[in-house]
Design a protein around this ligand. Sequence first.
Ligand code: C5P
Length: 223
Amino acid sequence: MMRILVTAGPTREYLDPVRFLSNRSTGKMGFAVAESAAVRGHAVTLIAGPVTLPTPDGVRRVDVVSARDMLAALRAELPTHDALVMTAAVADWRPRECSPQKLKKQGMRPVLELEANPDILRTIAPEKGARLFVGFAAETGDPLAEAKRKLTAKGLDLIVANDVTRADSGFGVDTNRVTLLYPEAGEIRQHSLPLLTKREVGDRILAWLEGRHKNAPAQNKDS
Ligand code: C5P
């Protein structure tokens, strides 16, 4: 049994009380990973951005809104978990200012000033220890090349690459076509999966995590 932390959904970056920047993530992939982990007997915490999905049975859920909220929740939860599956589509940018009042059309320059959100995986990398970290790479260009770059740049154990331009994969649908990439014996192994339901993709990720956890040195376990 592992204690698994999953993030899911988009983040929302408000510019006033009624307007925000966000993305097309619905949370389906992350919720499927959380459900799969719970069904397989793991203890699961799900950090969810604003989504409309029901919490899977047996899963503890923490709701967040912005990327900075998600980072704070993750920092609080990480010490009591053995693995992180970072499925969330974190907004890379936020408005430089969030107005406490609804912005008025009159007298406003039609330019939105942005600042960068923290990269959550990079920020928490120093706290990784022996934990297993899984990331996602949702791409519109060359998914495998980008995924390889992010696997290394973000110090991940596994990255799940998917092409979000296909109708049967990516945002909002119940299926996904992904490739698992992971370093092993000095090279990057690549394992392309057929079209699967997101629940089945969740099971494949969990099977990979369980295999890695079982083969990890004893001192890495239940710490
Ligand atoms: O957005 P990007 O393609 O770089 O996302 C790759 C991985 O990094 C995903 O697992 C995503 O959850 C994570 N990420 C993050 N912090 C961000 C943006 C993305 O941890 N600000």
